[in-house]
Write a protein that binds this ligand. Structure first.
Ligand SMILES: [Zn+2]
Length: 115
């Protein structure tokens, strides 16, 4: 290759030009590569507290994982599963609560007390 500064031919592997000392880096700025799948981590943590937000972050993190060489894929998947489970539990709790209210409202107090 040729030096961008002085134009002299230099070694392809040379980090700096041996004639003028100017760096020969072809890529001006090395691409900032993400080291962790932040969304997967955030989604995993959120899945314990705010299931819906955790689910959304985990899904995005899961889709983002291949770009990071599969980083955080397992974590994102765990976040999705935990979010879904906590939402199902919350949903069942709601149903149980309304069933309870219904039974109390209809005078089925004896039945409700069993639950
Ligand atoms: Zn040079």
């Amino acid at each position: 290759m040729f030096c961008k500064n002085c134009g002299k031919e230099i070694d392809d592997k040379a980090a700096i030009c041996i004639y003028c000392g100017v760096p020969t880096t072809q890529n001006e700025k090395p691409q900032q590569q993400e080291t962790t799948n932040t969304l997967a981590v955030v989604g995993f943590v959120l899945s314990f507290f705010i299931a819906l937000a955790g689910l959304i972050c985990s899904i995005i993190g899961y889709k983002h994982a291949p770009k990071l060489g599969g980083k955080g894929k397992g974590l994102a998947l765990a976040g999705i599963i935990i979010s879904v489970i906590s939402m199902v539990i919350a949903f069942l709790y709601c149903i149980l609560y309304f069933v309870f209210l219904y039974l109390v409202g209809t005078g089925g107090v004896a039945l409700a007390s069993i639950i």
